[in-house]
Design a protein around this ligand. Structure first.
Ligand SMILES: Nc1ncnc2c1ncn2[C@@H]1O[C@H](COP(=O)(O)OP(=O)(O)O)[C@@H](O)[C@H]1O
Ligand SMILES: [Mg+2]
Length: 256
């Protein structure tokens, strides 16, 4: 099962969700691989592996290294494939490649069966790497912050998703839209969250996850300790929220 965590806007919680979901699914007993597809490599840095990687996703995509050749084990017990700044070159490197949308799908086919869940942390763009991730995926999740501007690029995102669906990967399905960094403290924040929730429901019906991720300083501390919230603060609200999200995802996938 391959799941892309997507949003072309930066700072919506894609990396945090990818990391915490991977750690939670691992704790639930699933075999998990996290792939860092962002040239900024935030997930790799958060796992404390920013600069000591012999092989990265770039070696797999650009140099023909077999996928298994770049798989590392993380401190969090799930496998992962490190990101690389070289991913920023992908649009140019693949410009003349006729089958450029299928590169990642073909590569993943060699290791898909080794894992229950492969989580792809996508870049904040509608780039070739993003399209490759969608083409290789069975499902996708969209983390969204409760701000009016957060929904602005949404129509472009869904346009690309629908193009991929129509032309290359008919089978990809939305598991859900996830509200992240929700601030429940102030009346104004609660009002915006409610309004964004309504807008998402209008557009996507029941796809909005029941679980919401509350803004919590521990979520931003954890990466600096090279840990996910699940291991940094196992009894925190954030840990419980990601456990609840993982359970929702597992059950939605089973229903599909
Ligand atoms: N629930 C949360 N509460 C507080 N800070 C958060 C939360 N989720 C993410 N963050 C922080 O917000 C920033 C952006 O999150 P990130 O997951 O990197 O977004 P993206 O991958 O979409 O760019 C990071 O510094 C992260 O630690
Ligand atoms: Mg990110």
């Amino acid at each position: 099962m391959v799941i892309s965590v997507i949003n072309n806007k930066g700072g919506t919680g894609k990396t945090t969700t990818s990391l915490n979901l991977s750690a939670t699914l691992t704790n639930m007993g699933y075999r998990v691989l996290l792939i860092d597809l962002d040239s900024q490599s935030s997930a790799t840095v958060a796992l404390g592996r920013g600069d000591d990687n012999k092989s990265t996703i770039a070696d797999i995509l650009f140099c023909g290294l077999p996928a298994s050749g770049a798989v590392c084990s993380s401190s969090e017990n799930f496998d992962f494939i490190p990101g690389s700044i070289r991913l920023a070159d992908a649009d140019l490197v693949f410009a003349d490649c006729p089958d450029r949308c299928n590169i990642f799908r073909n590569i993943l086919s060699t290791i898909r069966d080794d894992y229950d869940y492969i989580i792809c942390d996508c870049p904040p763009s509608l780039s070739t790497v993003f399209v490759n991730s969608l083409v290789a995926s069975d499902f996708f999740i969209v983390p969204v912050t409760p701000e009016y501007l957060a929904l602005q690029g949404f129509s472009n995102l869904m346009r690309t998703v629908n193009l991929v669906k129509k032309n290359v990967n008919n089978d990809i399905r939305l598991i859900g839209v996830l509200l992240t960094m929700v601030n429940p403290r102030f009346t104004r924040d609660r009002k915006i969250t409610r309004e964004i929730q309504e807008l998402i429901k209008e557009e996507f019906g029941d796809s909005l996850f029941k679980t919401k991720i509350i803004r919590n300083v521990m979520q931003s501390e954890a990466p600096y300790k090279n840990k996910t919230i699940i291991n940094y603060a196992p009894y925190s609200t954030g840990s419980r929220e990601y456990l609840s999200l993982a359970k929702e995802i597992v059950s939605r996938i089973k229903e599909n």
